[in-house]
Design a protein around this ligand. Structure first.
Ligand SMILES: Cc1cc2nc3c(=O)[nH]c(=O)nc-3n(C[C@H](O)[C@H](O)[C@H](O)COP(=O)(O)OP(=O)(O)OC[C@H]3O[C@@H](n4cnc5c(N)ncnc54)[C@H](O)[C@@H]3O)c2cc1C
Length: 457
């Protein structure tokens, strides 16, 4: 068992960590859920709400919230990593639009349960800005706005603010404009996952910790030399799924890294803006994301850390000096007013990406094994949708959720090594290179086009 990850979020928890009991005898359950992150916990929560008699157990290798759920950027957003065109190709135009609208509703559903269950997750639904700081980014911002309009969404879902309007909202250096969507809340992810675990427990669901599942197959889960018999099994291990032989090439664990600054003065925030704790990103190739925390820090993250050969996951990869340094430089470049700020926390963790960048919920009716994940870093709200969908699938309820295009979606497998390692790390380097080239030559290069081809969208 690894220790809980070090992060701003885990340090903010008020209660000392008490580890729950492990699996130490053979068990019989209706539903065995492997992994106690958002996917596992939301699945348990809705299943129990809809069918109180079910005997449900969550089996967690570490502690509830140990994975990405306890250490992410805290964007509870309606982002879905598959574009509307792609979704329409897999279904039809109306269904693609319904998927996006369901994501909007999902953000509110998370907020609704947080309120109903009295969870203090530092929730604030202030929306999200994607800023443009050069002409190329501005073009992308305008194109994205036009794209949403073409798909029938209006200014209440996605809008564009020009330079003067943008500066008043988020005073980033060189800002030329920004897009805005109200469908995003800032949260403290560890508070959400840890308190959701308590809610689930109070509802009569058993959580086992320090219990690493070594293998599972139809109706059987193996852990700590014990066997759990279950009618249904849910694989809710996301980035860690590639540790199971049968899932090895269904996703890759990609590290996203974060930093947190010391709390900033109110005067500094008056200069920066983000009055409603809106989350923020920009239109560069290598993803960055940030939020103003409830205690007035920046929590800021991004990609760029290397992929590790053989899809290896190890707590030492949560630290990568160069990436953490680059993150601080980027943050200061965006908000020069914070120059000299202290970084109090650096951390990171793995998230799962499928070969076609598509998340899924699947239900194999032969084995009664379900799986959800591959959220590509957009899993905070999406895992809630997965939980509700899984509940409907297990309870055999055909619903608006079970007919969404990501249900039963199967992605192609990732390449074998060393091609996987070469391909992923080259793509990461290309993304960095594309950003440097764009900054230097002020125009979109072939590298950007190549990148979007490689990602399949
Ligand atoms: C740094 C970072 C920033 C991110 N930022 C955002 C963001 O701002 N917004 C957003 O929407 N998404 C974000 N994401 C992604 C998001 O956090 C995840 O998609 C989401 O939390 C996945 O939830 P999960 O429950 O499926 O997986 P996890 O939270 O990873 O949970 C899986 C659990 O399974 C357990 N497990 C693994 N193997 C076993 C085993 N063999 N036996 C038993 N248990 C096992 C793990 O210990 C873990 O607790 C971010 C991710 C990272 C890493």
């Amino acid at each position: 068992m690894s220790h809980p990850p070090k992060s701003l979020w885990w340090d903010s928890l008020s209660q000392p960590l008490k580890i729950r009991e492990s699996v130490d005898s053979n068990l019989e359950l209706d539903v065995a859920i492997i992994g106690a992150g958002y996917t596992g916990l939301w699945s348990a929560y809705y299943l129990k709400q809809n069918e109180p008699n079910l005997k449900i157990g969550l089996i967690e290798a570490n502690v509830a919230g140990f994975g990405a759920s306890g250490r992410n950027g805290g964007w509870c957003s309606a982002l879905f990593p598959v574009g509307l065109e792609k979704l329409a190709e897999q279904s039809d135009r109306q269904t693609a639009i319904r998927m996006q609208k369901t994501m909007f509703e999902t953000v509110d559903e998370v907020g609704r349960i947080i309120e109903k269950e009295g969870i203090d997750a530092e929730w604030q639904k202030g929306g999200s800005y994607s800023i443009a700081r050069d002409e190329i980014q501005l073009k992308r911002a305008k194109e994205e706005t036009k794209h949403f309009k073409e798909w029938g969404f209006n200014d209440f879902d996605f809008t564009f603010f020009n330079q003067i309007e943008a500066i008043n909202k988020i005073n980033a250096s060189n800002i030329l404009g920004t897009t805005f969507t109200p469908h995003c809340a800032s949260i403290n992810p560890a508070k959400l996952v840890r308190q959701l675990a308590e809610v689930v427990e109070k509802n009569g669901i058993k959580i086992f910790e320090n219990s690493q599942v070594t293998n599972f197959s139809k109706n059987r889960v193996f852990v700590n030399n014990q066997e759990i018999k279950a009618k249904f099994i849910i694989n809710a291990t996301e980035a860690y799924r590639s540790n199971f032989k049968q899932y090895k090439r269904t996703s890759i664990p990609v590290y996203s890294l974060m930093i947190a600054t010391e709390p900033l003065s109110i005067e500094t925030w008056d200069e920066i803006g983000l009055k409603n704790r809106e989350t923020f990103a920009d239109y560069r190739n290598l993803i960055i994301y940030g939020q103003r925390t409830k205690d007035n820090r920046f929590a800021f993250g991004g990609r760029g850390a290397p992929y590790h050969f053989g899809s290896k996951i190890n707590p030492i990869f949560d630290q990568h000096q160069k990436t953490h340094r680059d993150l601080l430089e980027t943050l200061i470049d965006i908000f020069p007013v914070i120059k000299g700020v202290k970084v109090t926390h650096t951390w990171g963790g793995p998230l799962a990406i499928a070969r076609d960048w598509a998340p899924h919920v699947t239900f194999d009716k032969n084995s009664n094994i379900l799986s959800a994940g591959c959220y590509v870093g957009d899993g905070v709200a999406t895992a809630n949708l997965a939980g509700r969908t899984i509940s409907d699938l297990i309870l055999n309820k055909e619903s608006n959720l079970t007919s969404l295009p990501w249900v039963q979606h199967e992605s192609k497998k990732w390449e074998i090594e060393p091609f996987r390692w070469i391909g992923i790390n080259s793509t990461l380097q290309l993304a960095k290179f594309a950003d440097v080239m764009e900054k230097k030559y002020k125009k979109e290069t072939f590298v950007t086009k190549l990148l979007s081809k490689l990602r399949g969208h």
